[in-house]
Ligand binder design. Structure first.
Ligand code: KIV
Length: 284
């Protein structure tokens, strides 16, 4: 667990300093584990759609589900900063609607900040949310909510003009007041350039080693997924394999009668056992 509660200003002040660790979590046990590891930021990401709900894209998850997951994370009372993702269509229908939805993530979910995808065209919405005193984390590059517009999950910013546009987007987000910016799925050199260009911390995922921090999805970093991970993922454990092995041993013990043992069963004194057998023996 971090020594003290991690706040938005504390993250903001880490630009160029000790690198920031961020991991997604979607429920109480995940948040407890992330916090015990001392992770700086827990992101209740809309990747919950894929890794928890088995959906194809993040377009399928709604605000009510994001609030439920955020609330579960907050029940762990983490010292990590809790940032909730604004799902698709929760910030596209006007600034008033966006502020109301960000407010629900804070009031009902307990989020301490929100994250939303997009560059310059999201500035009015970001300013309105900031005006309601809700800190905003930006997100540029491969933004999964734009999967159809991008024509798939593809590395972004490979061409000079696209890279220039992304740098402009990131600059605008920082100038608007975002306290940090996620950079996803870009060449390492662009991750480095954006990090140099903005005065707020950048947090990379598939954006090379030069960002001010790194984020990974909980199920990927722990090997809790399908086993097929993108190139940028490093799995530090193989928990899915361990879980399968453990449940196979349980099944085999159940079938053989090896579980539960006498130690794993409740007992009453011998005379009560005898009494029960005498009184109920014929009932069976
Ligand atoms: O939802 C998510 O997990 C994210 C991260 C990839 C940054 O947005």
């Amino acid at each position: 667990m971090a020594d003290e509660k991690v706040t938005v200003p504390a993250i903001r002040s880490r630009k160029g300093g000790t690198r920031i660790s961020m991991v997604t979590a979607y429920d109480y046990p995940g948040a407890v584990i992330a916090d015990r590891a001392g992770i700086d930021i827990i992101l209740v990401g809309d990747s919950v759609a894929n890794v928890v709900h088995g959906m194809e894209t993040t377009l399928e998850i709604g605000l009510d589900e994001m609030i439920i997951h955020t609330r579960a994370v907050k029940r762990a009372k983490p010292n990590a900063l809790v940032v909730a993702d604004m799902p698709w269509l929760s910030f596209h229908l006007g600034t008033e609607d966006a502020v109301r939805n960000a407010g629900r993530l804070v009031r009902e979910g307990g989020a301490e900040a929100v994250k939303l995808e997009g560059g310059r065209k999201r500035i009015p919405v970001i300013e309105a949310i900031l005006d309601a005193e809700i800190p905003v984390m930006g997100h540029v590059g491969l933004t999964p909510q734009s999967v159809h517009a991008m024509g798939g999950f593809k590395v972004q910013g490979r061409a000079v003009q696209a890279a220039r546009e992304m740098i402009e987007d990131a600059r605008a987000l920082a100038e608007a007041g975002c306290f940090a910016i996620v950079i996803e799925g870009v060449p390492d050199v662009l991750g480095q350039l954006i990090t140099k260009e903005v005065d707020v911390p950048t947090i990379g995922i598939g954006a090379g080693p030069d960002c001010d921090g790194q984020v990974l999805v909980f199920h990927d970093v722990l090997g809790l997924g399908s086993g097929r991970y993108p190139k940028f993922v490093r799995s530090y454990a193989s928990l899915a394999d361990e879980a399968v092995a453990a449940l196979s041993r349980f099944k085999s013990d159940v079938e053989s009668g090896g579980f539960p043992s006498s130690d794993e069963s409740y007992h009453v004194p011998d005379e009560v056992t005898a009494e029960l057998l005498k009184g109920l023996g014929s009932a069976g």
